[in-house]
Design a protein around this ligand. Structure first.
Ligand SMILES: C[S@@+](CC[C@H](N)C(=O)[O-])C[C@H]1O[C@@H](n2cnc3c(N)ncnc32)[C@H](O)[C@@H]1O
Length: 204
């Protein structure tokens, strides 16, 4: 049904169990702190699409920060999609990013902890979908490494890859500029994140 084993992994029981674990008020506070830093660097964001939101803890944080924001999500895991639908505020595309056809542009498109889980050979096509989905901003919040590396993920091989995703987008699309970037540390005393490096890019 899917093109890559990584998609099967997230659509199946591993993704279901991740979804069951991923319901946490503390994460919501950390996400609100993280996105307040990112949104502060933007202007006029009224619509956002997230690729791979799981149950929507980033999108809920964005609702708090931009009350009238229009939200959309492309999520492969059915259990996560039903949680997203329950918010009543998210247009849900319950499918793989690889099958998603950008229909209209949103002011911002982003991923957080998702590009790292895709098969590296599909990244050029995913960058294209992100670029095509964005009217202005693209944000990637992922694990950074200057060169591509694979690391073991909870005992599984070929399920986690770190690289310079934002740098690759900047190389591929010359009309993108780097607006800002930052790091969120897992030992942050108030708002920990999973060692996420975020990059905000803008079409100019
Ligand atoms: C590690 S979680 C990150 C969730 C969320 N972005 C966050 O920051 O909490 C990865 C999410 O991406 C989804 N995902 C993975 N591969 C996908 C694909 N090919 N298409 C759509 N969603 C995908 C998974 O189902 C999961 O919900």
């Amino acid at each position: 049904m899917y093109k890559t084993p990584q998609e099967e992994f997230w659509a199946g029981s591993f993704g279901d169990e991740y979804t069951d674990r991923n319901q946490n008020e503390k994460l919501l506070s950390s996400n609100t702190a993280l996105f307040s830093r990112i949104i502060k660097k933007t202007s006029g964001v009224k619509s956002v699409i997230e690729f791979g939101p799981n149950v929507g803890l980033n999108l809920i944080a964005l609702m708090r920060l931009i009350p009238d924001v229009e939200l959309s999500a492309v999520e492969i895991n059915e259990k996560a999609c039903s949680a997203l639908r329950k918010t009543g505020k998210v247009q849900v595309y319950c499918q793989s990013i690889l099958d998603f056809k950008p229909d209209r542009k949103r002011d911002m498109v982003f991923t957080k902890g998702v590009l790292i889980h895709l098969s590296p050979e599909v990244l050029p096509a995913v960058y294209e979908k992100m670029y095509e989905s964005s009217a202005r901003y693209i944000c990637v919040a992922e694990y950074y490494n200057p060169t591509p590396v694979e690391i073991n993920y909870r005992g599984h091989g070929e399920r986690l890859f770190k690289r310079d995703f934002a740098g690759e987008l900047l190389d591929k699309y010359p009309d993108l500029r780097l607006v800002d970037y930052g790091f969120s540390y897992h030992r942050d005393p108030q708002f920990p994140q999973d060692d996420i490096t975020w990059f905000l890019l803008e079409k100019v």
